[in-house]
Design a protein. Structure first.
Length: 287
């Protein structure tokens, strides 16, 4: 069935499913009690093992060929992928979730800029309009919470957005290469980096459930899908889907922890979802 879809449909489906898996991530981070570096270690180690086994099963005898076939784009992808994984956790642990997500909302705009500069893929009017509308909606949602955040965490959130934009641009540039092995190496690098700062590796009580669930459902599966998606659609379009996390992340928190979303969240979130739906519909109709 997937083979019968055109590129726009394939890329949009992969990005949408990947981001939907990511949306409970902030909630699970908040529910867990593990310290920052311990969480970062497990978010690197568990997805590394999980996806590595999947690659070995998928490629079999061609595994090392795929691993060494990433080329220079794959090496750069390792660095940008590792960096934004690390900065995301540092950001979300040093400011409120809303601030981190609003910073990540810059990713589509940054992707569009990088794509125009390095790939000569200037965003079309629909994508540009969608980026402006959704980013404005994000600012509207969190304009109050931005005043309350920690500048340290906010800056790392901005670095995370830039890393996501670099990831999408590199994956788009190397669309004829499989960069999933690069992402696997990136996860290994994250685990090794965090290893030297972890004070306690022990998982206690509910962390025995939350941490593995987060690492597989919200990290391992999505990073494979989001790494593949730019082969079919532009990086800016892929990162537009990340804006769904901006609205759905707080909703997950509301449903589980009972933190009531603000009126700004409801109104702005409706605009985000409607804009992405219209953009995707028009893009699919065009193809």
């Amino acid at each position: 069935m997937f083979e019968n879809l055109n590129n726009q449909q394939k890329g949009s489906l992969l990005a949408f499913v990947g981001v939907m898996f990511i949306t409970p991530d902030s909630l699970l981070i908040r529910l867990s009690n593990i310290e920052t570096w311990g969480m970062l270690f497990y978010r690197g180690a568990i997805p590394f093992v999980f996806v590595l086994l999947g690659l070995i099963f998928f490629y079999k005898n061609n595994f090392f060929k795929a691993l060494f076939g990433i080329g220079y784009p794959g090496i750069f992808y390792v660095f940008s992928f590792s960096a934004c994984n690390i900065t995301f956790i540092i950001s979300i642990q040093n400011t409120n979730v809303a601030n981190t997500l609003i910073m990540i909302a810059l990713a589509p705009m940054l992707s569009a800029i990088l794509g125009a500069i390095f790939l000569k893929e200037a965003p079309d009017k629909k994508t540009l309009a969608a980026i402006v509308i959704t980013f404005t909606a994000c600012v509207y949602i969190f304009h109050d919470s931005l005043k309350l955040g920690n500048i340290y965490g906010d800056l790392f959130g901005l670095v995370t957005a830039f890393g996501l934009a670099c990831n999408a641009t590199l994956a788009r540039y190397a669309k004829n290469r499989d960069l999933v092995p690069s992402a696997v190496i990136g996860k290994l690098c994250v685990a090794i980096f965090a290893f030297f700062f972890v004070e306690n590796f022990e998982l206690l009580e509910r962390d025995l459930f939350y941490v593995p669930l987060m690492c597989i459902m919200c990290v391992a599966i999505p990073f494979v899908l989001v790494t593949i998606a730019p082969r079919f659609i532009t990086g800016a379009e892929v990162n537009l889907f990340f804006l769904l996390e901006t609205i759905l992340g707080p909703i997950w928190v509301w449903l589980v922890i009972k933190e009531q979303p603000s009126l700004e969240t409801i109104l702005g979130g409706s605009i985000i979802i409607l804009t992405i739906a219209v953009h995707s519909f028009l893009a699919l109709k065009k193809t």
